[in-house]
Ligand binder design. Structure first.
Ligand code: ZN
Length: 129
């Protein structure tokens, strides 16, 4: 954005990103084993026995398959080491990898965790990010 990197690191405490997603209806959601193509689209290494849930539709959810909403979030709080990487103008990919190694959970990963928990569907997460 043309901003000097020292100005970014001096004034940046945290970055929060969030998306609103629909929750699956607890009365009709169905578990399924994801296809290899879906796992490839997700892009994370997941447990081989992972299950996701899909929207079905029933009287309780007016045949929509979803009922209510929740959020998926990511909170980036740069450590001193990450600030040094920003100052050194390292690549976005390198900074992201370092942040993830330090415990940062990206928006997509938070959504996939919620999809694996049956809170929402993978499709809802992928459409939101
Ligand atoms: Zn339902």
């Amino acid at each position: 954005m043309g901003i000097q990197s020292f100005l970014v690191t001096a004034s940046l405490n945290a970055i929060l990103a969030q998306r609103l997603i629909r929750k699956l209806c607890d009365h009709c959601k169905e578990a399924y084993t994801p296809s290899p193509a879906l796992l490839k689209e997700i892009g994370y290494k997941l447990r081989p026995d992972i299950q996701f849930y899909k929207a079905v539709g029933c009287e309780k959810c007016l045949n929509i398959g979803y009922s209510g909403q929740t959020g998926i979030f990511e909170l980036f709080t740069p450590s001193e080491a990450l600030n040094e990487m920003i100052m050194s103008k390292e690549s976005r990919k390198a900074i992201l990898e370092a942040a993830m190694n330090a415990g940062f959970t990206p928006l997509k990963k938070d959504g996939i965790i919620k999809a694996a928990s049956g809170i929402t569907s993978v499709e809802e997460v992928l459409n939101a990010i």
